[in-house]
Design a binder for this molecule. Structure first.
Ligand code: NIG
Ligand code: FE
Length: 416
């Protein structure tokens, strides 16, 4: 039994009311000026004003006492959407995009996601583990303590399973909590370019059953987009995954308003991602079903697109979360502070709204709300010490990481 007290901290955290925070509550956080956090074997036992927490715990049975020096203490980030299990970077493609070639046009020509597929198929499991581990540890340094990672660069059973094994191993062999998502429906593989429905049949008849039999994916995701999967194909795939016991996610209306957000509402998925082009009626329907809207501003930034209408979403009562989308194509960053800054300065979320979006609501998006996402009694002591007095420093001090220390389950796992 290890008891640790972290005192003299400016604590800012959402408190979990048992549901995602939306609308006027999107920015609902508690601020404790001279706060303290007491944890017991990595689980939060008490949090509040320093004096109250000290009274709760007569000092003598403490194993460790840390003076936070008045720094701001917030929950560890939950990054609920990444494709960071990849074998090779795509710097050349980035240059092509800078010269004006569209992201979906690169994919249509067999590059983009499909070039990552060639690299992932060719890589050994060990190679893939080593690149993914590097990405995950980088995310940890930027304050991510819970991380979703998708497969989707295999597009065949064998390589998809290889990716999911690697992703699961990242969860076992790094300090991070990792949530694996099956994204076999990321693109139509070259072999089926002329018969996309045949690939959908294979997903339904072979791949989803194989993945669910191994029990190594918590969610199933689909890239619903022109040139990838139609709304009807997405519906078939997600319905099958639901029957197989997986949670559901969808890349919806990233480039075109196909109606992915409407499907997200109809199916009542856990989260719909991107939503740059989603229409108001479908966003409203999502809000009614409490589907989390996961916004990926680093993707809009890198693709030079308009940002998702975050203010409108909050106005509609849609619970908003934030993620990096870390991948070698459309958004190459592991940094939640960067995403936080974009959310505040480019999408006009308030600092408190962005904090809720990158912690509590993000935890709901990956089904981890009982364990992480806020500093509530009974949750894991996953938190960050910032080089600043409030979470505003994450947007204010641009282009660097103000994350000085990262604690996972009460253990120091990164220090600047
Ligand atoms: O979320 N849009 C689809 N998937 C990723 C990009 C993956 C890639 O380009 O490799 C995304 O942006
Ligand atoms: Fe994505």
């Amino acid at each position: 039994m290890i008891r640790k007290l972290f005192k003299n901290a400016r604590i800012v955290t959402p408190l979990d009311p048992g549901r995602p925070l939306a609308g006027e509550d999107q920015g609902k956080v508690t601020r404790i000026e001279r706060g303290a956090l007491l944890c017991h074997d990595g689980i939060i036992e008490a949090i509040g004003d320093g004096k109250e927490v000290a009274a709760h715990n007569p000092g003598h049975d403490l194993d460790v006492e840390v003076d936070c020096g008045g720094r701001c203490l917030i929950p560890g980030f939950v990054d609920p959407h990444t494709h960071m299990c990849f074998a090779a970077k795509r710097e050349e493609e980035f240059s092509q995009r800078l010269e004006g070639m569209e992201y979906l046009e690169i994919l249509r020509r067999g590059g983009g996601i499909l070039s990552s597929v060639r690299a992932a198929r060719a890589a050994s499991e060990e190679e893939l583990f080593s690149t993914t581990r590097q990405n995950a540890l980088s995310a940890l340094k930027f304050g991510t303590t819970t991380l979703e990672i998708k497969s989707g660069y295999g597009l065949e059973t064998e390589t998809e399973l290889k990716m999911l094994r690697v992703i699961e191993r990242i969860g076992r062999e790094t300090p991070l909590d990792v949530i694996p998502t099956f994204l076999g429906a990321h693109a139509i593989p070259g072999e089926y370019a002329k018969a996309p429905d045949t690939y959908v049949d294979i997903l339904i008849e072979k791949m989803i059953p194989a993945v669910s039999q191994q029990g190594i994916a918590r969610f199933c995701d689909v890239f619903c987009e022109k040139g990838a999967f139609s709304v009807e194909q997405s519906r078939r795939i997600l319905s099958c995954a639901r029957e197989a016991g997986m949670g559901l996610k969808i890349h919806a209306d990233e480039v075109h308003d196909l109606g992915g957000a409407g499907l997200a509402a109809k199916l009542g998925v856990a989260s719909a991602e991107h939503l740059l082009a989603a229409n108001e009626e479908n966003l409203r329907a999502m809000a009614e079903k409490e589907v989390i809207g996961v916004l990926l501003p680093a993707t809009a930034y890198s693709l030079r697109k308009n940002y998702a209408p975050a203010r409108k979403m909050v106005g509609l009562g849609l619970p908003v979360a934030l993620a990096t989308d870390c991948n070698p194509g459309s958004s190459y960053t592991e940094s939640m502070p960067f995403v936080f800054g974009l959310a505040v300065l480019a999408m006009n979320l308030s600092v408190n709204e962005a904090l809720v979006a990158s912690t509590l609501n993000a935890a709901y998006a990956v089904g981890m709300e009982k364990e992480v996402g806020s500093l509530n009694k009974g949750k894991k002591a996953d938190f960050l010490l910032l080089d600043g007095e409030s979470p505003a420093v994450l947007a204010y001090h641009a282009g660097v990481s103000p994350v000085q220390e990262v604690y996972k389950g009460g253990e120091l796992v990164f220090s600047m």
